[in-house]
Design a protein around this ligand. Structure first.
Ligand SMILES: Cc1ncc(COP(=O)(O)O)c(C=O)c1O
Length: 344
């Protein structure tokens, strides 16, 4: 096995038994209706290749964001975009800056591409340590805003500061940005080093179809597109994503539901003794009043899956739950109360 990947372990892959899934931050309202309708009403020539670079989807996204399709790269989930970023901008042995805690797969994609991940801790209030990040000798600095798993957005002025002071590519991963009020997507031509990535897996409710995209200035986009594997986004998913882009009502409805339920779930968790952290996303990070593993296992036995971050540095004894519908949250809180009272 290649030396740089020898210490890899497998990714999260829970054994499922019909549980309510509040562990992956997908849209709890279910499948994207426009994508579902498209899939029901269309047939495809399965013998033909999809468009090499998903030009149809890039055009639809360009119209949505008021950009040019040459600013956009589309692919197989935003995970593919992460892979393409490190493949394009980092040589073997180069460094990339990754905040801690943040999305666990950044480290994986850096190492997968022969790089070294330099981990820089977030501050105590889970904001970026700008000085520590910009002084690293690295090719790429990456940050999700809103951040996963902490849920909060980073300050716009801190990201602007990193963009102007860091000597390399700055990636702002906006996987959960629909739930927040800020985005860098319209500003990609303002900077020579900004790449924004987005996904159809969360608010768009299409994780099963694996669609994501990157937005950047035309010079960087041209580099990334020539590195990306041709045809990596299949024809069926591309068509469904184009249909989904054209139905913004569903996104608005989904976001409104989260904004209404989030403070209620937060209050319910606090009442049970959790320490919750402020969220701009469709999930909440919370420090458990009992052992994290006992809580997560107890909930799973009772049919509710949430994600355990309790054994990781900086999120000691913490769990992360997706904000559900009113009924989901009620169930989660009831079951959590059962598990917690069983421990006392
Ligand atoms: C911050 C962040 N970025 C990227 C992704 C990957 O999304 P996709 O399904 O588009 O590969 C996730 C998924 O959980 C995420 O939380």
């Amino acid at each position: 096995m290649r030396g740089t990947t020898r210490d890899f372990t497998k990714y999260y892959n829970p054994k499922l038994n019909g549980e309510l899934r509040l562990d992956t931050n997908t849209n709890v309202l279910g499948s994207n209706p426009a994508a579902e309708k498209y899939l029901k009403e269309h047939t495809w020539d399965l013998n033909g290749y999809p468009n090499t670079y998903s030009d149809g989807l890039r055009q639809a996204l360009a119209e949505l964001h008021g950009l040019d399709s040459d600013n956009i790269i589309a692919g197989n989930g935003s995970d593919e975009m992460l892979d393409v970023i490190f493949k394009t901008f980092m040589d073997m042995g180069d460094n990339s800056v990754v905040p801690v805690p943040s999305y666990t797969l950044y480290d994986y994609f850096v190492k997968l591409n022969g790089g070294r991940a330099i981990e820089v801790d977030l501050t105590d209030d889970f904001q970026l340590d700008v000085d520590a990040m910009v002084k690293q000798d690295a090719k790429v600095a990456i940050m999700p805003s809103p951040n996963n798993p902490t849920g909060n957005c980073f300050r716009t002025k801190d990201i602007e500061d990193i963009l102007s002071r860091f000597n390399g590519i700055v990636v702002v991963d906006e996987a959960y940005t629909e739930y927040a009020d800020e985005s860098f997507i319209k500003r990609v031509e303002e900077f020579d080093n900004l790449v924004v990535i987005r996904t159809f897996s969360k608010a768009y409710a299409m994780a099963a179809l694996r669609v994501g995209y990157a937005v950047t200035n035309k010079k960087l986009a041209d580099m990334m597109i020539s590195v990306k594997i041709p045809y990596s986004l299949n024809m069926v998913s591309e068509g469904a994503a184009i249909a989904a882009v054209k139905d913004q009502d569903f996104i608005k409805r989904s976001v409104a539901m989260v904004k209404e339920q989030r403070p209620k779930l937060d209050a319910g968790l606090r009442k049970l003794g959790f320490e919750t952290f402020p969220s701009d996303s469709n999930f909440i990070l919370a420090r458990s009043p009992i052992d994290h593993k006992v809580l997560v296992d107890g909930l799973k036995e009772r049919g509710v899956l949430i994600r355990d971050f309790g054994a990781k540095r900086r999120t000691e004894n913490c769990v992360r739950t997706t904000v559900g519908t009113e009924e989901h949250n009620k169930l989660l809180l009831e079951k959590a109360e059962e598990v917690i009272s069983g421990c006392r």
